[in-house]
Design a protein around this ligand. Structure first.
Ligand SMILES: C[S@@+](CC[C@H](N)C(=O)[O-])C[C@H]1O[C@@H](n2cnc3c(N)ncnc32)[C@H](O)[C@@H]1O
Length: 330
């Protein structure tokens, strides 16, 4: 039997703390309202560093805290000592730590763990900015992931889209100075806007403001209330037509549009150019403007067919946009 200090020392002797892949603390001694029924630990990457996320399951809520590797063994034992009979650890070894009524510990079942999943730092697989299985509070509250950080199956496409966008954002991050403002035009439900805020301010620790604009007042009000709930105090949403936005007093480093309809993308590009933005990320959508204007007898083989004409109009629109951006020297 080991006391608290001894069990911590023994675990530190046998476990390489950088290899912990999963810990489950279970079998509560007392079960009452407000007390955790189990707790879990998993590795996460925060600002490029290995941390361990401790999740405590209380009723239908899960509370998360990030712990440094150097403190994780003490923390695991503190949680177990508080109210649990058992703790299962997967790291370079597997073992279980049992606790009796006198709060004495035994380490059992120690064996080498050849199947251990490497933690995020040692993982050569693609390093997504948002990871399936890594809890992010705002993503959970936007109902993209569950309490364990797993992406809901019907949100997988959105999740991949967000990751792709954040990946591109990370490539141009140096162009977004501290204290500057990013404007998301046609932000809609704002998954991307929240994800960008999380990435730049919470993960990267940059102090950037983000503004979202949309025509739908109810959506804008909802996004403002969510930003308040998340404590995202540098994120604000406004109900305004993209054509009417004016931010001349701010240092706007970047504009984005993700599927802003039709000419909304053109107004966004216009603002981006006149504000001298260093970065513009525009994913166009439903371009109708040229469709009704294109006429050319010689191209009837292409333009006589609605679907081909639509695609051609969209391509031509993007080509003209790219040309204008080039001409304006952005
Ligand atoms: C297809 S949704 C995309 C929403 C969000 N960016 C996304 O990708 O999830 C397009 C959004 O642009 C907004 N929008 C379209 N034209 C706009 C305009 N002229 N000014 C402001 N918002 C506009 C719509 O209300 C809608 O919410």
């Amino acid at each position: 039997m080991l006391n608290t200090k001894e069990v911590i020392n023994e675990l530190k002797n046998i476990i390489d703390i950088n290899t912990i892949s999963a810990v489950t603390i279970s079998n509560p001694i007392k079960k009452s309202e407000g007390m955790a029924v189990k707790a879990k630990v998993k590795p996460v990457t925060v600002k490029g560093e290995l941390m361990y996320q401790l999740s405590s399951f209380v009723g239908d809520k899960v509370y998360h805290r990030n712990i440094t590797p150097s403190e994780i063994i003490e923390k695991i034992i503190a949680v177990e000592e508080n109210n649990f009979k058992q703790c299962d650890i997967k790291a370079n070894i597997r073992c279980a730590v049992l606790m009796n009524k006198k709060k004495q510990f035994t380490i059992t079942g120690i064996k080498e763990n050849k199947e251990n999943t490497p933690n995020p730092q040692h993982n050569n697989a693609k390093n997504y900015i948002l990871s399936d299985g890594e809890y992010v509070d705002c993503m959970y509250r936007l109902v993209l992931m569950d309490k364990e950080g797993h992406i809901h199956s019907h949100k997988q496409k959105k999740f991949r889209q967000l990751n792709k966008f954040l990946e591109m954002l990370s490539d141009v991050e140096n162009e977004i100075p501290e204290g500057s403002t990013i404007v998301d035009m046609g932000c809609g439900k704002s998954y991307l806007t929240f994800a960008m805020y999380h990435y730049l301010n919470e993960v990267k620790g940059k102090n950037v403001e983000i503004e979202g604009y949309d025509l739908k007042k109810d959506v804008v009000d909802y996004c403002n209330s969510l930003a308040g709930d998340f404590g995202f105090d540098r994120l604000k949403f406004y109900c305004r037509d993209i054509a009417d936005i004016d931010n001349k007093d701010k240092k706007i480093s970047m504009i984005i549009t993700l599927h802003a309809c039709d000419t909304a993308t053109d107004y966004a590009i216009y603002h981006g150019i006149r504000w001298g933005c260093r970065v513009m990320m525009n994913v166009p959508c439903c371009q109708h403007e040229l469709f009704h204007q294109i006429k050319n007898e010689d191209m009837s083989v292409l333009l006589d067919y609605g679907i081909l004409k639509e695609r051609f109009s969209a391509l031509l629109t993007d080509a003209i946009r790219a040309e204008i951006i080039e001409i304006m020297g952005v």
